[in-house]
Unconditional design. Sequence first.
Length: 158
Amino acid sequence: MRFQTTSRGATLGAITLAVLMSAVTLPARAQDELILLEKAHATTYENGGIGHSEQEAMRKTAKEWPLRMVFSARKDNEFEAGVKLLVTDDRGAPMLVLNSAGPMTYAKLPPGKYRVTATANGMTESREVTLDGKQGRDVFFHWAGTPKLAPASGASAG
């Protein structure tokens, strides 16, 4: 038995692969490569907010997003990144799963009821959220007991 590979089939496969790979992560703004517009579980989301310029850029587009989540920690309300995030619909189906969300994560979800579960430094919090399709919802997660990490330079936190 002989298999033939046509150039048309190979070209179509290469084009499909290129399109799929390019659709995985798209910069939301050309001037700010660290804020990413991405898609997970058919949900488009924006994740970023580290540093003043990223925070300002995300705040400018906040009204475009039905669900806006902000993560902070400690008594000083410092933004928290690296949050494990799970958003499920009212049947428990995952709509958005991220292993490293925050400190600001915005999601485009259809109207409905959702459970948002966020875990930082081994501590988990959940919120019930209803999106009405008319105005967005801000959901804040704060872990007050999270210890401040030592700076990466090796100097001790004081």
